[in-house]
Design a protein around this ligand. Structure first.
Ligand code: EPZ
Length: 421
């Protein structure tokens, strides 16, 4: 099991190149199932979850070739419509194969994703939406077994679907399914995350007819088939936000290169509230910090609100910033796994249901801590970078799921991080 050893209190200065977004790449790789022609992708991040998605698609019969961040996928002859438990249990996003398999082949067997560290994360909205399009779905031995038997021509039928909660992958699954359904589908209460829009833009390049991306209501006119396309994955706003919080905490001056500031407004505004200077240009965001910070209260919300995937990182910042802050997590019921580990490093945090009260102004001390989920691990890295002494972080496979070349990128800007196994 790999560990990271981090010597803290090193200022961060220089340039960091932001990779393609994990949460855009995952649905877009899976969208290759919707066409028999080749999907050419650029800026695909090299992450553990991408490897898992490749394995899943390859097992179904998708031909995949990859050179660095270029990837070509072709789902010409798919022979297996099954997403097995051993893959789904490591990556919940595997549920995204359900919509495309049903839409193109009329059949799918996808293991029910279990809960995960941050919450139960049901998929009832995915299932209800597909049933509204005519799919017959049952749960059999822990698998979702879905088919379009009995539908005319075995094709899904467009429907008006109002999602009871804003769900990122729910919106993505139903949008992909609707592309090949008969007639029009209207998705109400749709997610507006940039990654959902990036998937939609890729589907449009493949020949889908989609309107309303980035609004509450997405309309999809089903077509007979989708073609191949070329698409470059959007930048990862959560990776960028993580580096921006890091330099805010350590002090220094960091250029995040390859970002679109207009897709990070809530993160940038929160950072400015802490007192750091944030300078935006068309594809670079520069953060300047002298290390003295004011703590900021946060309430997570669907885009364009403050992203839940940045909550743990800002909690780490608040533990050292001056003042008392409240962090309210409204998306997931258990996304405070990082709190106990931060307390081991000297943080003063109290949890009261879905709100954490952080008393800042602390100097954190290095300790041995354990990563529990992707973004919690990121907050431990940030705490370790600003702490006195050395921190050892265990179970960092969580980090490798979502951060490309993490220690290499951090060491290039002045950090001292060593990976040992
Ligand atoms: C996506 O997860 C992201 N993952 C998550 O990022 C992110 O935290 C989350 O959206 C919120 O932004 C990917 O895109 C692969 P949801 P997702 O469906 O789609 C409830 C990371 O760190 N819900 O938007 O699974 C659900 O329980 C990961 O990169 C239902 O009740 O999240 C949650 O409370 C972590 N029924 C809320 O909606 C459903 O059918 C939002 O979940 C679906 C969701």
């Amino acid at each position: 099991m790999d560990k990271l050893i981090i010597n803290g209190q090193k200022k961060l200065n220089g340039d960091v190149y932001i990779s393609g977004a994990k949460n855009a790449a995952l649905p877009i790789l899976i969208a290759s199932l919707l066409s028999k022609e080749e999907l050419k992708l650029k800026n695909v991040p090299n992450l553990f979850d991408i490897k898992t998605t490749e394995k899943l698609l390859f097992a179904m019969g998708v031909e995949i070739s990859k050179i660095d961040s270029l990837m070509k996928l072709s789902a010409r002859d798919i022979k297996d419509f099954h997403a097995p438990y051993d893959l789904v249990k490591t990556m919940r996003a595997s549920i995204l194969v359900l919509g495309p398999l049903l839409a193109r082949f009329g059949s799918a067997r996808v293991s029910l994703p279990g809960g995960c560290a941050i919450g139960s994360r049901p998929v009832d909205i995915h299932i209800k939406g597909l049933e509204a399009m005519g799919a017959s779905i049952k749960i059999e031995n822990g698998d979702i077994v879905a088919s379009t038997n009995g539908l005319p021509g075995g094709k899904l039928v467009g429907a008006e679907i109002s999602m009871s909660q804003v769900t990122v992958t729910g919106t993505e699954n139903l949008m992909m399914a609707a592309c090949l359904a008969k007639g029009k589908t209207i998705l109400e209460n749709s997610a507006k995350e940039p990654e959902v829009i990036d998937l939609g833009n890729c589907l449009i390049k493949m020949g889908a007819i989609i309107k309303g991306l980035g609004t509450d209501i997405i309309t999809i006119e089903g077509v007979e088939e989708l073609n191949g396309a070329e698409h470059s994955i959007i930048f990862d706003r959560i990776e960028a936000g993580t580096y921006m919080v890091a330099v805010a905490m350590t002090g220094g001056e960091l250029n995040c290169i390859g970002v679109e500031p207009d897709k990070m407004i809530s993160i940038i505004n929160k950072l400015r509230e802490t007192g750091v200077e944030v300078i935006e240009s068309d594809n670079i965001v520069t953060v300047k910090s002298n290390g003295t910070l004011k703590s900021v209260s946060i309430e997570t919300a669907p885009f364009p609100g403050f992203p839940t995937d940045m909550q743990a990182q800002f909690m780490a910042l608040n533990t050292i910033a001056e003042g008392v802050s409240e962090i309210k997590e409204t998306i997931f019921e258990n996304r405070f796994m990082h709190v106990q580990e931060l307390i081991r490093m000297g943080a003063d945090i109290e949890i009261n249901q879905n709100t954490a009260v952080v008393r800042g102004g602390k100097m954190l001390e290095g300790a041995s801590v354990m990563a529990t989920d992707l973004r919690a691990s990121a907050s431990l890295i940030l705490a370790a970078l600003s702490a006195k002494g050395t921190t050892v972080i265990d179970r960092i496979y969580h980090l490798d799921r979502g951060y490309e070349n993490l220690e290499k990128k951090f060491n290039q800007i002045g950090a001292q991080i060593e990976r040992v196994n």
